[in-house]
Design a binder for this molecule. Sequence first.
Ligand code: HPA
Length: 287
Amino acid sequence: MARGSPSGRGQEQHGYEQAEQAAAYICSRSFAPRVAITLGSGLDEVVGRLQEQVRIPYKQIPYFPGTTVQGHGGTLHLGHWKNLPVAILEGRVHCYEGHAPSSVVFPVRVLALAGAQTFIFTCAAGGIAPQSRAGGFMVFSDHLHLQGVNPLVGVHDPRWGAQFVDLTEAYDPGLRRVAWNAARKLCVPCFEGVYASLLGPTYETPAEIRALKGMGADAVGMSTVPEVMAARQLKRRVLAIATISNRAAGLAGKPLSHEEVLIAGRTASRYLADLLDEILPRLGKEK
Ligand code: HPA
């Protein structure tokens, strides 16, 4: 059985050794991925673009946390996309489900250990910026982390990287350019902006949205940022794209619902797949 954290402070459920075991299991079932894509709510049509797929339910992967939210499938897909070995996490876990922050970022750490160098995170978000329209996309330029819990809290294990991680350019400028050019080429409505990550699971109040706007947020959601922090600690390159599923609370004149988010996600899914079709062949060649 795996030993505990380097400090000897008991056994961690989602520590480095567990991640190594999970990564070894994944590589034994298929191949080492170079790119990892995490899909947000309702965005699962994207997996149809993978060729020669191997599907692994999360529950078969050692220590992988299980998803509980409708629209978050819980399957790891491995396959080739434009000749690149790609892993797609169909479904993510969130802190609002009661998972520890270290569990939320575990799949990212596992795929990094399995070989992924570039992470593309996708999510659904409520639009705050005036140019945000339901059905459009936002490429993250930066974030506001407002979940109140940080996945790097705890006894530091240097095998994950630095304890104090620089997030000045969390979102890779070269990858942002590639995504932006892809959206322009495909005439997909897209803008760059700041994503505010809240704990949830309640949607925000109109007063909170006004406050977030004042803080510089262009879109709001309940995910992604913890995973970005873990990927940046490991010095992986990060691109994050939100599908705007609704105007944020108080901006649309109607209540919000998860059904609306899922329906918008399904519609956006095909455009997201087209965007990724353009983006993937340019990875590593964008500078
Ligand atoms: N708020 C928070 N999370 C979301 C929203 C929202 O309006 N839409 C989709 N995910």
